[in-house]
Structures are given as structure tokens and as C-alpha cells.
Design a protein around this ligand. Structure first.
Ligand code: NAD
Length: 331
């Protein structure tokens, strides 16, 4: 099939080209994000491949349908950026990569946590300036602390295993508790109890109408003073305004985020020559106890390989008229 890739970066091109000869599809690698303004670039293709911040709203989907696109292959797990109802009405199939390397994301979440707790980001800069003073670098152990995990799917489970390896007590909240996790000593509790008993809270549930602003002024009040909050899931799980307030009062002691509510205007771009217009992320960057990465938790060699392979298999299944293993079910 002829596939238009949107939001293409060098690492996407490399990983897809590595596996191209095994599938025989034709690729057009396009740098622009897919949106209402750029959708016309899909002309002449049979399928498109898009990423997390390409908004697939109803007008964009309609234009894609008018151009003859019948398949959208998301090269990501989350699909909150897609108007599924509109896609269903237009008869467009949506496939995704449900799990590529949950360990990649879980390990990054832990990297954020360890960096914040042991201040290695500060030590790195200090030592490069021949400043070997330890003042202000006192850290906190993870051993025997309580870590709360919200959402124990593929990524949450991997995160729980790492946390257990560090000797932490692990509490979890999920709509569907996992027997496997219980066996390794994870204790499931109601959300409020997980929030109130944990020194660290890591978010691993999807963004849905129910989980939007799961972390808000009310749930923040239920947490321990000085809590470490980690979000590698989706930005809008957190009410950023409420979190900024909680940082100012030190209710939140550490914040590590790989995702941000308004990230589609900022992430995946080099804005180093621009004046940042987003007041909230600018404020977040002023806190010494906040660490932000630009949605890179998925970015490991192993994950990119799996993303490319699964996406190409998804497209081939569609081309061959086979049942779509990774179709996004539209109710
Ligand atoms: N930062 C990144 O690079 C990156 C990469 C991949 C995925 N993600 C994010 O991580 C999320 C989790 O991915 P996954 O592969 O573990 O998904 P998954 O579907 O395997 O697991 C999600 C879990 O959340 C639970 N859940 C759903 N609604 C819930 C609710 N209201 N409260 C509590 N738990 C709830 C589900 O029961 C499930 O166990 C994705 O939705 C995506 O947003 C981020």
C-alpha cells in the first residue's frame, strides 16, 4: 500500500526503512503534523500513519475519507486524539500499536523519579563547572517507601516490578486489578487510599473522560505533603493549574512529567529560537523540583523496532483483507 507518514522524525524513517523490504509497502515520509491544514498531503495514498499529537478530528477525518483513505495506522498505543465516532461513520478503520515496549515507558518513569529524588540533574551541571560541593544535593531513598501506581496495564505492571525491585511497598488502583501483580505483592486499594498513603504516585492509566484531570485540587489534598508525582501517561490526567498551586505550597515535593496538557503545540519541535507563549509550562520550568521531558518515554531502539514491525503488520493485514488484530474497537 502507499502510505503517507505524518509527523515523521529521523528515528521513524530509520526504523520503518529497516523493515520495509519485508512488507513491500510504499512510504512517503512527511514532516508536518497531520491536521486540517496539512491533510491534503494524504492525496494519492491509500493509508496514513500518524502519531500521538496528530489531531484526527471530524473535519480532518472527513477530508481523509474524501481522499480515499480507508485505514489510519497509529504508530502509538493511545488513541484519545481520534474522533472515533466520526471515523466509524466514515467507515475508516483505525489500527494502533497496543504494546511495543512497556518497559521503555516504565523505565523512563523510574528515571524521572530517580533523577528528582537523587538530584542527578543538578549534580551533572555542578560537576561540569568544577563544583564538587554536596550542599543542597541530599536525596531520598526509595527503599521501604510507598509507591502508588494508578493503572496497572502493560506499563503500570512493568513499573510495579521495578518498584518492587527497589524494595518499595507498592499500592495500586485499577478498574481491573491484576492477579499477577497481587502475586508479586502489589496491594490494590481504592483510589483515595492509594493517593493518601503513597510517597510517590505514578500515573499509568489512559486518558478517558473519567480520568481527565484525575489529579486536581481535590485529589491533591488527599495526598501526602511533599509527594512525588510522575506522569508518563497523558498530560490531561493532570490539572496543570492545580499542580502549579500545589508546587508553590510544597504539597508536591517533586514533579516528573513526560507529557503535558498543551503538549501538541510544543513537543517534538525545536523551539530554541522562539519565545515560548505557554505560560503554564514556562512556570513549571522555574521550579527546581520539576523535571520535564518532551514525550520521550517510548523512545528506545527496542520500542521503535516494535512500533515499526507492528504498524507494518497492521497495514498488511488490512491490505490482505484479514481480521485486524490491533483494530481500535469503536462502540
Ligand atoms: N510517554 C510515552 O511515551 C507513552 C508511551 C506509551 C503509552 N503511554 C501512555 O501510557 C498509558 C498506559 O499504557 P499501557 O500500555 O499500560 O495501557 P494498558 O491499556 O495496558 O493499561 C491501562 C490500564 O489502565 C486501567 N484503567 C483504565 N481506566 C482507568 C481508570 N479510570 N482508573 C484506573 N485505571 C484505569 C486499565 O484497566 C488498564 O489496566 C497509555 O494510555 C498512554 O496514554 C505513554
Amino acid at each position: 500500500m502507499k502510505i503517507a507518514f505524518f509527523s515523521t522524525k529521523s528515528y521513524d524513517r530509520e526504523s520503518f526503512l529497516k523493515h520495509a523490504s519485508d512488507f513491500g509497502h510504499e512510504f512517503s515520509f512527511l514532516e508536518p503534523q497531520l491536521n486540517r491544514q496539512t491533510v491534503a498531503l494524504a492525496e494519492g495514498h491509500q493509508a496514513i500513519c500518524s502519531f500521538v499529537n496528530d489531531p484526527l478530528d471530524a473535519p480532518t477525518l472527513k477530508k481523509l475519507s474524501d481522499l480515499g483513505i480507508q485505514l489510519i495506522a497509529l504508530r502509538c498505543a493511545g488513541y484519545n486524539q481520534v474522533d472515533l465516532e466520526a471515523a466509524k461513520n466514515l467507515g475508516i478503520s483505525i489500527v494502533r500499536v497496543p504494546a511495543y515496549s512497556p518497559e521503555a515507558v516504565a523505565e523512563h518513569a523510574f528515571a524521572l523519579l530517580l533523577t528528582l529524588l537523587r538530584k542527578t540533574h543538578k549534580a551533572y551541571n555542578r560537576v561540569r563547572e568544577n563544583n564538587f560541593s554536596l550542599e543542597g544535593l541530599t536525596g531520598v531513598n526509595i527503599y521501604e517507601k510507598t509507591i502508588g501506581v494508578i493503572g496497572t496495564g502493560a506499563i503500570g505492571k512493568s513499573f510495579c516490578r521495578i518498584a518492587k525491585g527497589f524494595g518499595a511497598k507498592v499500592l495500586a488502583y485499577d478498574l481491573f486489578p491484576s492477579e499477577d501483580m497481587k502475586k508479586i505483592g502489589v496491594t490494590y486499594l481504592p483510589l483515595e487510599e492509594v493517593l493518601s498513603k503513597s510517597h510517590v504516585i505514578s500515573l499509568h492509566c489512559p486518558l478517558t473522560p473519567e480520568t481527565r484531570h484525575l489529579i486536581n485540587s481535590k485529589t491533591l489534598q488527599q495526598m501526602q505533603d511533599g509527594v512525588a508525582l510522575i506522569n508518563t501517561s497523558r498530560g490531561a490526567l493532570i490539572d496543570t493549574k492545580a499542580v502549579i498551586k500545589a508546587l508553590k505550597t510544597r504539597k508536591i515535593g517533586y514533579l516528573g512529567i513526560d507529557v503535558y496538557e498543551q503538549e501538541e503545540h510544543i513537543f517534538f519541535k525545536n523551539l530554541s529560537e522562539e519565545i515560548l507563549q505557554d505560560e503554564q509550562i514556562s512556570r513549571l520550568m522555574t521550579f527546581p523540583n520539576v523535571l520535564i521531558t518532551g514525550h520521550q518515554a517510548f523512545l528506545t531502539r527496542e520500542a521503535l523496532d516494535q512500533i515499526a514491525l507492528t504498524t507494518l503488520r497492521n497495514i498488511t493485514e488490512f491490505e490482505e483483507g484479514k481480521p485486524l488484530t490491533n483494530i481500535v474497537a469503536i462502540s
